[in-house]
Design a protein around this ligand. Sequence first.
Ligand SMILES: NC(=O)c1ccc[n+]([C@@H]2O[C@H](COP(=O)([O-])OP(=O)(O)OC[C@H]3O[C@@H](n4cnc5c(N)ncnc54)[C@H](OP(=O)(O)O)[C@@H]3O)[C@@H](O)[C@H]2O)c1
Length: 333
Amino acid sequence: MNLFEIREPGTADALRPARREPPVPGPKEVVVGIRSASLNYRDLLILRGHYPNLRLPLIPLSDGAGTVISAGPGVTRVSVGDRVAGIFNQAWIDGSPPRRPLALGGDRDGVLAEQVLLPEDGVVRIPDALSFEEAATLPCAAVTAWNALFVSGRLKPGQTVLVQGTGGVSLFALQFAKMAGARVILLSSSDRKLEKALGLGADAGINYRIHPDWEKEVLEKTGGEGVDHVIEVGGAQTLARSLAATRPQGHVAVIGVLSGGQAALPVFPLLSKQLSLSGVYVGSRAHFERMLEAIVQNGLHPVIDRVLPFGEASEAFRILEEGDFTGKICLRF
Ligand SMILES: NC(=O)c1ccc[n+]([C@@H]2O[C@H](COP(=O)([O-])OP(=O)(O)OC[C@H]3O[C@@H](n4cnc5c(N)ncnc54)[C@H](OP(=O)(O)O)[C@@H]3O)[C@@H](O)[C@H]2O)c1
């Protein structure tokens, strides 16, 4: 079967086509014939060599959906022919996260392969209402946004959410927050992307290139109060501004490192406003399944910028790196 693998992260030809024998399922394992995969910023960090201790060669990408093509003895959760998606952290089924994550495309081989061997516990059934491409956008970005808003954040209708950027996590956060009756203020580097976000339901947009001190704009748009929740994907350059833009007893979901992973944390606004900071690392299978129910109930469809053929995986990474997209980039197998 055909696949792509990373042998030397950080080099120009880090992503290489390769072939391996098709997998054979053992007890409680299934083989999924992947039909679509989607890219996340994390996959780019891994390709660039910014992740330590990778087991190489590594099949990249955490997010894929397809059909169960064979099942080993003792498999009861799914059947051959079922449409499924892999869960991001194969070790997190429900409850508290495990001490050691087992994430696809990082801690173990991912889904940029025609066939993928997974434990039956590591997949969820995908609803008929979603295409393979749509389902392939969900395991990392959507579950992260879901966890940040509804599990860590306990978002309530009428609250205000600040969303940073128009990438995968951010547009899911926008869609979920609107679904829950919240108000959304969204930041972007581009007026064109802001227009698109307003069309998706954002209540206000701020161009962070034009307004580098965007926290002041956020305060102005919230009557000086600040937002209830921040979907913090920026990291080093944004965390202090996010704290400044949050109302007393508000919540900052610390998710991303788009502008770097080492941030100086200003302690005073944190304690004086009694803010809560939650580290979010995707979510469990139970989060994923609850999220799927909400997606179906609300007729929600992920925002897919474009779909490229499997063989153009390198081009998909190039588009991700250049940032000229909104929502998700998918591959079709
Ligand atoms: N902790 C977790 O569980 C978890 C899960 C998923 C992702 N992440 C992290 O979250 C971040 C986003 O991931 P993703 O896959 O959603 O990324 P993505 O799809 O590549 O989206 C990136 C977008 O973020 C915006 N952006 C970039 N720099 C920004 C800045 N300084 N301020 C505000 N917005 C900025 C840009 O939007 P505009 O072009 O509109 O400006 C860019 O298109 C990454 O750091 C990723 O590693 C963490």
